[in-house]
Design a protein around this ligand. Structure first.
Ligand code: FNR
Length: 364
């Protein structure tokens, strides 16, 4: 009998994934000064015990002002390596591939978490915020709630490129197997990609070639220091939804057609997998949020840019996940919130697809 694709191993460079199930990065806003702690060991360990192929550790800031909140995970200093290594060791001890997403929040930095006093709001200095040091391609804010960003100078861009590379070096030292660059959801790299957030008139704004320049410099610098044999993933938003049609055009903003060009350029640099999400760069746009809604974006990038992809977003049913793979719309399936609700999603999927996946000995 044929093994479902969801449970067919796949090898990418030096890394073998025992199945296609991945826990995507999910911010926990539970760090102090960027350090992972006992909470994270328990949280990430709970997934590892249940045998997905890979767990991608949450968006981890390459510099302190690039955090979404004051409690984000961070990797801007060598001191972050050992606490990160504790989580990596827990994942690897269970045969789970250890991934991490490195990130810079750009113009969406400096926000409170929903559960802190005042909720989701622009942090003041008194709340450990850095409201006057939020940065982006231009001075336009995300919305009335977010800080007014400072437009980055060209010399600052060079410094930030180096920070991404330094973060990659540290992730490697911590034992991370798969590095993911966060280029989605309205954070710094996405701010540069999209004409909806990038109003620059220098070589980093205007034409698509110019808007791609800074994100590609980051990807190249990371690839240069990230070991050749280790996979590099990039998460992008396939559209800003300025045009509400998922495959609609938004030539001066950000759409799937520009995403395909970006993916081709990333492939040239040596990026292995595109993790395809959407949105996050514009307030007040309509999202066609429904089951599997981002899958058409993954399908377009996979076939038009000829690169492996991950599909994510409201994938909760194992049979649907299997169908995405069978239809070659993606190579990996990322299941986020459903993993928070049920960390044993892999075992559930196995049982629904009629495969035997052993629980760990202690649970059998
Ligand atoms: C997220 N998401 C997210 N995405 C990302 O690229 N980096 C991140 O750190 C986070 N953080 C985060 C926190 C929490 C609590 C949630 C629920 C989501 C988005 C996430 O990775 C995923 O793309 C979406 O949740 C959609 O997938 P699901 O949850 O529908 O399977």
């Amino acid at each position: 009998e044929e093994v479902p694709k969801l449970f067919t191993p796949i090898t990418c460079k030096s890394v073998t994934f025992r199945n296609r199930i991945v826990v995507p990065p999910m911010c926990m806003y539970s760090s102090t000064d960027g350090f992972l702690n006992d909470y994270h060991v328990a949280h990430y360990g709970s997934f590892a015990l249940k045998r997905p192929a890979m767990v991608i550790i949450e968006a981890t800031a390459v510099e302190a002002r690039g955090r979404i909140s004051a409690h984000d995970s961070g990797i801007w200093s060598d001191d972050h390596i050992v606490p990160l290594q504790r989580v990596v060791n827990v994942l690897k001890s269970q045969g789970t591939v250890a991934g991490i997403q490195i990130a810079h929040a750009g113009r969406k930095a400096n926000m409170g978490t929903s559960w802190m006093p005042g909720g989701y709001h622009n942090l003041s200095e008194q709340e450990e915020g850095w409201p006057s040091d939020v940065v982006g391609p231009s001075e336009s804010a995300f919305d009335e709630v977010h800080a007014n960003p400072n437009a980055l100078s060209i010399s600052e861009l060079k410094e930030i490129v180096q920070k991404w590379a330094d973060a990659a070096i540290r992730a490697n030292k911590a034992g991370i197997d798969v590095l993911e660059i966060h280029s989605a959801h309205g954070y710094l790299l996405h701010n540069f990609l999209s004409g909806n957030s990038n109003q620059r008139t220098d070589q980093y704004g205007g034409s698509l070639e110019n808007r791609l320049r800074f994100p590609l410099e980051v990807a190249q610098a990371v690839r240069n220091v990230w070991p050749q044999e280790k996979p590099l993933w990039v998460r992008l938003s396939g559209t800003d939804f300025e045009n509400p049609e998922i495959l609609g055009h938004d030539e001066t903003g950000w759409d799937i057609y520009q995403s395909i060009e970006y993916a081709k350029a990333l492939k040239e640099i040596g990026v292995d997998v595109i993790d395809v999400s959407s949105g996050g760069n514009l307030p007040n746009v309509k999202y066609p949020v429904d089951k599997l809604y981002q899958v058409p974006l993954s399908n377009a990038i996979k076939h038009k840019a000829n690169i492996a992809t991950g599909a994510v977003g409201m994938i909760t049913e194992p049979k649907e996940a299997e169908e995405i793979l069978q239809k070659e719309e993606a190579d990996f399936i990322l299941v986020g919130r459903e993993h928070l609700r049920n960390p044993a999603w892999t075992n559930r999927a196995a049982s629904e697809l009629g495969v035997h996946v052993k629980w760990i000995n202690q649970y059998e």
